[in-house]
Design a binder for this molecule. Structure first.
Ligand SMILES: NC(=O)c1ccc[n+]([C@@H]2O[C@H](COP(=O)([O-])OP(=O)(O)OC[C@H]3O[C@@H](n4cnc5c(N)ncnc54)[C@H](O)[C@@H]3O)[C@@H](O)[C@H]2O)c1
Ligand SMILES: [Fe+2]
Length: 384
């Protein structure tokens, strides 16, 4: 059987990658809409980007109102600026929120309507050219055909998809990640880890997505604790930036599964940052589905040296769960209770969360078949 494999057509990786990107931008258009958040302006990252654009003789306008994970309102506001300023291409610099906002504005720019119109549909009209410059390591959005946007009316995090959402250019400069505080390093690193584990254990995994997923997991297990302990560790930051990209490539082609499916409703209803809600769920979710894929989980354990060839697949798989637990402890991932979530409200929302998770179709990529009832059980177990 053959399969297609999708990666961004151009990827620039390494220090000073911005300069290398300038030649590509000259072919993309006349005026860029820079999509970013206020922290990137404050850190001077936008000034660096403006400097490169000025030298290349390109015009730009900055939309920096991404004040949290993206909502339909932020998309509409960005769209208005894109139109009023007569922009013709996009550069997003920031975490997954800035990158996803760019993609969603890109959809409206060529397809029109409201962003919620595209839920459950394959987005197919090409967007204006898009460049993604991640500052977290991270969502991997620079290498994916997805954008995740909050529908503020329906209180759901919409997963929107289409090959046209794959950025034309990904600029991965680990220098941008050096300023990330501990909590962001932890949440985004755990997000990348979850992407890779889910891609490797997905029903849609292929030999090529496995290669990227395995490499990402090996890098993350070794380097996330180092980057968390010392944010100025350049080597660990570089390894994490590459790992996040690899993880993005792997799940772009193999999809995510149970954890992401169950994580989005927690984000939508309780405003837990994406990577944190993934990490809160990871051990319990994977423990629940372990018996559907002992061969896959055991291969992961062996690849990172947590189990040996002599161990049974079952024993090795359990050893992998221990790795997840330790990683969460090292990164000081809080429980729902420690995060301050109201238990009663959470239990009242179980049905909606499980329903929304199933609707997203991500849980159905898990090797163990799952029902809404299974998800409710797992949500409950987060309070045990
Ligand atoms: N499109 C995809 O494929 C995909 C995949 C996974 C997650 N996501 C989405 O991405 C969003 C989360 O993105 P995120 O986890 O990167 O966080 P984020 O973009 O929401 O950023 C979180 C905070 O970190 C700050 N920050 C980012 N980089 C920094 C740096 N280098 N130094 C200092 N501060 C920094 C930001 O200013 C912000 O305050 C969620 O909405 C999630 O659903 C998308
Ligand atoms: Fe994610």
């Amino acid at each position: 059987m053959s399969f297609e494999f999708f990666i961004p057509p151009k990827i620039v990786v390494g220090n000073n990658a911005l300069e290398a990107a300038a030649t590509v931008w000259k072919q993309m258009g006349q005026k860029a809409l820079i999509v970013t958040d206020p922290m990137m302006v404050q850190l001077g990252n936008i000034a660096k980007l403006e400097d490169v654009l000025d030298k290349a003789g390109l015009s730009y306008c900055v939309y920096s109102d991404i004040t949290g994970e993206p909502t339909d309102k932020m998309i509409n506001h960005g769209m208005q600026i894109y139109r009023e300023e007569h922009c013709d291409f996009f550069i997003a610099l920031g975490g997954g929120s800035a990158l996803d906002t760019m993609k969603a504005i890109g959809v409206l720019a060529t397809s029109g309507g409201q962003i919620s119109d595209y839920m459950g549909k394959e987005i197919s009209v090409p967007t204006p050219p898009m460049t993604a410059i991640p500052t977290t390591a991270g969502t991997g959005s620079e290498a994916t055909q997805f954008t995740v946007i909050n529908d503020t009316k329906r209180k759901i995090k919409m997963l929107l998809k289409g090959q046209v959402l794959l950025p034309d250019l990904a600029v991965v400069d680990p220098q941008f990640t050096l300023s990330a505080p501990k909590s962001i390093t932890a949440s985004t690193g755990m997000d990348a880890f979850t992407h890779a584990v889910e891609a490797y254990t997905s029903t849609k995994a292929t030999k090529l997505s496995d290669t990227f997923a395995l490499s990402a997991i090996q890098r993350i297990v070794k380097n996330l604790p180092l980057a968390y302990a010392d944010g100025s560790n350049q080597e660990a930051r570089e390894e994490m930036a590459i790992a996040a990209l690899e993880a993005g490539i792997s799940f772009n082609n193999a999809s995510v599964t149970i954890v992401h499916g169950m994580s989005r409703p927690i984000g939508a209803l309780f405003h837990v940052p994406h990577g944190i809600s993934n990490a809160m769920l990871a051990e319990k979710c994977f423990a629940y589905v372990l018996d559907g894929a002992y061969d896959r989980f055991s291969a992961l354990a062996r690849a990172i040296g947590a189990a040996s060839l002599e161990d049974s697949d079952q024993k090795a798989s359990k050893a992998f769960l221990e790795v997840i637990k330790n990683l969460c402890q090292t990164c000081e991932i809080p429980s729902l209770e420690e995060y301050g979530i109201n238990r009663e409200l959470f239990f009242q929302s179980l049905d909606k969360m499980a329903e929304d998770a199933m609707d997203s179709k991500s849980p159905s990529n898990t090797r163990k078949p799952l029902t809404k009832g299974d998800l409710i059980l797992i949500y409950r177990s987060l309070w045990d």
